[in-house]
Design a protein around this ligand. Sequence first.
Ligand code: PRX
Length: 649
Amino acid sequence: MKNRQDDDYVKENQFEPLQPAANFAKTAQVNDDSLYREAKKDRLAFWAKMADNLTWNNKWERILDDDNPPYYKWFTNGKLNVSENFLDIHIKNGLGDKKALIFEGEKGDSLALTYKQLLEEVCKFSNVLTKLGIKKGDTITIWMPMIPEAIIAMLGCTRIGAIHSVVFGGFSPEALKDRILDSKSKLVVTADGANRRGKVIPMRSAADQVLDQCPGVEKVVIVNRTGTSYNSKSGRDLSWSELMADADHNFEPVTMDAEDPLFILYSSGTTGKPKGILHTTGGYLVGVKTTFRYVFDHREDDLYWCTADIGWITGHSYIVYGPLSNGSSTFIYEGTPDYPGRDRFWELIEKYQVTVFYTAPTAIRSFMRWGDQYVDMRDLSSLRLLGSVGEPINPEAWLWYHEHIGKGKCPIVDTWWQTETGMIMITPLPGVTPLKPGSASWAFPGIEVDVFDDNGNPTEAGQRGFLVIKSPWPAMLRTLHGDPERFENTYWQQYPGFYFTGDGAWKDQDGYLWIMGRVDDVLNVSGHRIGTMEVESALVEHPSAAEAAVIGKVHEIKGHAITAFVTLKEGYEGSEELVQELKSHVGKKIGAIARPEEIFFTYELPKTRSGKIMRRLLRDIAEQRDLGDVTTLMDPQVVASIKEGYTEK
Ligand code: PRX
């Protein structure tokens, strides 16, 4: 299978663009170029019009304040409350009995909450938070499985103006600790355990190892999901269900400024320390509401399913904020696609009559490998639109998705965006854009992107360069929590005045963008961002490791597989046991997704004369390519010996 964006493969296989089907376009939210034209004529007026789709307690004074770049502000002095926009206002508009959230657990248990019921739960949790001393501007950490309580907790925060920091449930307690400390969270919401492939993964007792090292955490609220026991710390640990049982189901939403922080979400960068990406209230909501409506072609009767975890930005923007701000019905599933059978996702689509399905290329490649029989067992005729996110989708996977899941009738929206962008930035509009398998097509209306060369000039068609965003957009990150300098250096220094995405890309002669993936030391493993430095730092914390270099080796299913080269300290011998020990050490420090697939011991790492590790060479060795230029190496002999060791494996 050809994986990722192999340029030559794409260029040799130029498919005829697939025109939107007439019957889809006829009823679509947009079926002509009017939105693009309107946004092009006056970008800010376009965003102001989109902002009018929200309910504001006080109208904003300025659409965009660009007086102090890169610290842009949107809808200045506008006042609103997020949960009021999601719940109270939809209920007032007659959607009270519509299902807001539909959940199925791994064991087949299910729950549906209407907008009215969701409002009650959210208000109760707002009261719980308030009773526990949480106020507007405080940060709380949410470390949970994919269960409705996670969403109720997020929305409860928005109602009182607290900032949430959701940490992916699959991250290790160590990673949780770093994020709790960095965000200065006062309260943590977690569960006793999570159901995973028929087993119970303890969460609360696992967190025990680190909660005592977080002195700022005053309270821990624990959802009883699996009945797993743990040692409760009296005065600090509290039961979700007991607190909720006593809570009142009314709570007046707190008015927020458009620029008040809404959430922090940690994401990997090129250093060992994750970045706390900060999003604010008004602009973020305008961005996700607008993109959800047009990209997923929102319809009253849709049942929308995004398979991401709420611990990632996709879960924030397109499980919670985008769908609920539009009054849609959003489906969440607790488990994995292969348990109890490899038809689990298709079974759920059939059972609940899902109409819009949004997933990641890595999952699609797994489905392909498992075989068509699992798909063919189920009736997928309810589907009308498919989406892809997280990494470049290789044309073969795109075509399989189109034929086998979409049965040739569902458009696919390949959506490019980032934790930092908050909202989808490059995407087809399903009723408008002719689709080229493997290309995310072009920018969403009101968004301006380009591909620049090293000197900051736009590239010619076919020429590779760096993807940049040319002007501010409403859902943009505002800063990195506690580290404005890193914010400026990472995104705004490369091309002053433009946002640097960290992705490589090229445009074709029709203006379609082909994203090639990260150009920095960030890996994309199964659609998740992991910094090479994060894994390297974890490795060298082990007593045996002197130095480590981590690269992403192209992997058929995952996109990248983590491969580590490690030099050992005096007195340690490389062995299979040590490989296993180092792998679990990384798993413990960061989480299972960061566990290296392969570890190689080497007596030295290839470095430039200035001491920088040449990861490119290691990647070439791992992928068994010719080594190219090694003349800048301090000791070219090192490469030869690593290569020898690698080939012997
Ligand atoms: O490299 C791009 C890739 O994922 C990165 C962003 O990762 P993260 O912040 O974790 O957010 C993932 C979900 C939005 C980007 O810099 N990426 C994401 N979507 C695509 C993509 N690459 C190509 N095509 C996409 N559709």
